[in-house]
Design a protein around this ligand. Structure first.
Ligand code: NAD
Length: 357
């Protein structure tokens, strides 16, 4: 039976980069990949049409899909809106409705782009790490939360960090399964010396890995040290697993080690293996409509989709090899351009990947 993929281009550069990723999917379709694509609205584009960033038809198609491919949402046009109607709520709504609790953020530095990193090439060249971030729990969702006025008239802001054993078990399990397909090294990041919630995290992580994944080598690291180690010696890591907030921060730091936000894909998975795949960057309103956006992060998101939701690892590897090949040919969108390389636009880059395939 063919697999259903919901394509959500979104806002800004979203439609430009997603168009190139769809070309790649179409190309693989001619090689036997059995897929059907649906297209929907999300974010600002959905608000303009339906008055909400996550319309019911989009949600229904997402629930029925094997995987969702998303461009990006947001832009200055929708910033004056009430927070509940902003484009970003469409994304958060999809994550929550599909139960996408496991966020996979690879940080890969292609040797061809080592000069783009702010770190010395010998420290980052060939970097290939994966951060698994818990996405639906922790301090971003914990209750109670808010801003209250104290008896003395001062206002006080408060949020709650909570993780149940079940939430910790499933994210550690998800990260361990991924580590099993890689170098089998998993580093769990917490702040167990200060926060009881992550003391439990450490205890549960140890139990899950020891009992269910004895082949995985587990280590623990405090988040402050992990931040330092990421910029000191990032290649020491294989897979890292951590809470929602720590993962938010560490995965952005890791992404920037690679120098270009336009190169990095991401995946968010639920317990059924259904996933949403998107570049880590936003809608880049500053370059939208100019045809200069880098589509490679979105194309590499398709590779993740093939690997994690469609069980087509060989096709995923073909896409990754095709991206390496266009980089070897010296083709560069402006965000990754360096001396002696050939400047191309979004469409030319997509076409080059299709040719390499
Ligand atoms: P951004 O990631 O959109 O852009 C940051 C910088 O990186 C910009 O200079 C942009 O031109 C550049 N850039 C991003 N993607 C690129 C690409 N593929 N090729 C070349 N250059 C690229 O972040 P921002 O400017 O902080 O946010 C813009 C909008 O995107 C905001 O509305 C924000 O809320 C939204 N946003 C959405 C997502 C998402 O949809 N997942 C994520 C982050 C931000």
């Amino acid at each position: 039976m063919s697999k259903r993929i919901l394509v959500l281009p979104g806002d800004g550069i979203g439609p430009e980069i997603v168009a190139e990723a769809v070309k790649v999917l179409d190309r693989l379709g001619t090689d036997g990949l059995d897929i059907e694509l649906d297209q929907g609205l999300v974010g600002g584009a959905a608000y303009d049409d339906h008055g909400t960033p996550l319309p019911e038809p989009t949600l229904a198609m997402a629930r029925a899909a094997d995987a969702v491919l998303l461009g990006a949402v947001g832009g200055p046009k929708w910033e004056p809106l009430d927070i509940a109607l902003r484009p970003e709520k469409g994304l958060l709504g999809l994550r929550a409705e599909l139960g996408l609790f496991s966020n996979l953020r690879p940080a890969i530095l292609y040797p061809q782009l080592a000069g783009a990193s702010s770190l010395r090439p010998e420290i980052v060249s060939g970097l290939d790490i994966l951060i698994v971030r818990e996405l639906t729990g922790g301090i971003y969702f914990g209750q109670p939360r808010g801003i209250r006025t104290l008896d003395d008239g001062q206002r006080q802001g408060f949020n709650t960090l909570v993780y149940s054993e079940r939430e910790i078990e499933r994210i550690v399990r998800s990260a361990s399964e991924i580590a099993m397909r890689r170098d089998r090294r998993l580093c769990s990041v917490d702040k167990a010396n200060v926060l009881e919630c992550t003391e439990l995290w450490r205890e549960v992580a140890t139990r899950v890995v020891e009992t269910e994944f004895p082949q995985v080598e587990l280590s623990h690291m405090y988040v402050d040290n992990a931040a330092m180690q990421l910029v000191r010696q990032p290649k020491q890591f294989d897979v890292m697993v951590t809470t929602n907030m720590f993962g938010d921060i560490l995965s952005d730091a890791a992404a920037m080690l690679t120098g270009s936000i336009g190169m990095l894909p991401s995946a968010s998975l639920n317990a059924k293996g259904q996933g949403m795949y998107e570049p880590i960057h936003g809608s880049a309103p500053d370059i939208a409509g100019q045809g200069v956006a880098n589509p490679l992060a979105t194309i590499l998101s398709v590779a993740m989709m093939l690997r994690f939701s469609l069980d087509e690892p060989a096709m995923a590897a073909r896409i990754e090899a095709a991206v390496e090949q266009v980089l070897d040919q010296g083709l560069r969108t402006p965000d990754i351009l360096s001396d002696g390389m050939t400047r191309v636009g979004c469409e030319e880059m997509g076409d080059a990947v299709v040719r390499a395939l």
